[in-house]
Design a protein around this ligand. Structure first.
Ligand code: M6R
Length: 369
């Protein structure tokens, strides 16, 4: 139940410190320096025979998949394709034995995702699902499962399932990388330690937001705009896509998530004082490039909101508003960076008077085409 919260979405945002603890429960084996994914049913020998990974999903789960591509390619050096399930099922996809078809689905009942899994299975791929609902169709259909362990998600806008999926994808990438002999024991240990710190960092960020009124104030300033651009690069490009989806589905403001490097290939033409830009810019390997995007937007009269590490002096000066995140490991920064975007979308929608748990035209689970 909602308890002290006004909306399920609000509750599900603020409980992510706890839901991430649940997602990690039983997964980090510090004693043996490994991750535990028993119900994946994929032995080290099977992993060694894998040639590629195809991720299929819809909506927010698709954006988690885009982040998963970075994780798996970086840590396990397997090529990863991410496809909208609704596109995959009506193509003639190249998939078969030696391929892992990985679905990401909170509900486990999304019809396009199920159909994509069935197609992959019929072609001989090993199928697995990262799924929240125990006993759902996806969980029953697949050869292996990773449960999100996020608890029921009721709000139509997916929040804690996104962060849970992202964590599970990182766990999977570590598992695959280790089974392929690519990660040293100390590299694995570092990742396990960083993962174990994540719920605390998320809880800290959310607690600060809960105690203050910053997001409500920001919402007051930005709720009347009609268009937003969200920019991210590398690991944070999927976060830009997800942040934009959150804003559009519950506030009905048009928002586009773009890879920052693509700005000059078109979207820069849109920049003016009527279209604010949200940049996601933790201090990672593409940070300097993000700074130059901020300069580009400012030079054209745009307003910049930046998801940035708390106390970042450069963005404090260059951006108009900061949405702070605690510093963290590069691979975990995107998971923290999505939290301010969830809070922002939520408060903007509330300010605009939308029933965020039941936005128009949307259903929690899309079981028809
Ligand atoms: O249950 P699933 O993860 O398969 O759902 C996929 C999408 O329908 C879902 O993420 C949708 O985009 C949400 N409304 C996003 O907030």
């Amino acid at each position: 139940e909602k308890g002290t919260y006004v909306h399920y979405m609000q509750k599900e945002i603020y409980e992510q410190g706890r839901s991430l603890t649940d997602t990690l429960r039983g997964r980090l084996d510090f004693e043996h320096g490994r991750v535990v994914l028993d119900s994946l049913n994929l032995s080290a020998a099977q992993v060694q025979a894998l040639e590629r990974v195809t991720i299929v999903a819809c909506g927010t789960s698709y954006y988690a998949g885009l982040l998963g591509k970075h994780y798996i390619e970086r840590l396990a050096r397997l090529p990863v394709e991410v496809d909208y399930a609704s596109e995959f099922r009506y193509r003639e996809p190249v998939i078969g034995p030696g391929h892992l078809a990985l679905a990401i689905t909170q509900s486990g009942e999304t019809v396009d995702t199920l159909a994509a899994l069935e197609e992959a299975q019929a072609q001989g791929a090993f199928t697995a699902a990262i799924v929240n609902v125990v006993g759902s169709q996806a969980a029953r259909l697949c050869d292996g499962v990773i449960y999100m362990q996020a608890g029921p998600e009721i709000g139509v806008a997916s929040t804690k399932a996104f962060t849970a999926s992202a964590v599970d994808l990182l766990l999977l990438a570590i598992y695959l990388g280790q089974a392929r002999g690519l990660l040293s024991a100390s590299a694995v240990m570092t990742l396990l330690e960083e993962l174990s710190r994540l719920p605390g960092l998320a809880g800290e960020l959310l607690e600060a937001a809960w105690q203050g009124s910053y997001y409500r104030e920001l919402a007051g300033r930005f709720a009347h705009y009609q268009h937003f651009l969200y920019l991210g690069r590398g690991l944070n490009y999927p976060i830009a896509r997800e942040g934009a989806l959150k804003l559009k589905e519950i506030s009905y403001i048009h928002a586009e998530g773009y890879p920052a490097g693509e700005m000059k290939h078109g979207p820069i033409a849109l920049i003016d004082h009527q279209m604010p830009t949200m940049v996601i810019a933790p201090r990672d390997r593409v940070y300097d490039k993000m700074i130059s995007q901020v300069e580009q937007v400012k030079a054209r009269g745009g307003t910049v909101l930046a998801v940035a590490e708390a106390g970042d002096p450069i963005l404090a000066e260059k951006a108009d508003f900061l949405l702070p995140v605690p510093p963290s490991h590069e691979l975990l920064a995107p998971i923290l960076a999505v939290l301010p975007l969830q809070l922002f979308a939520y408060e903007v929608a509330v300010h605009r008077g939308v029933d965020v748990d039941k936005p128009r035209n949307l259903a929690k689970s899309v079981t028809v085409e």
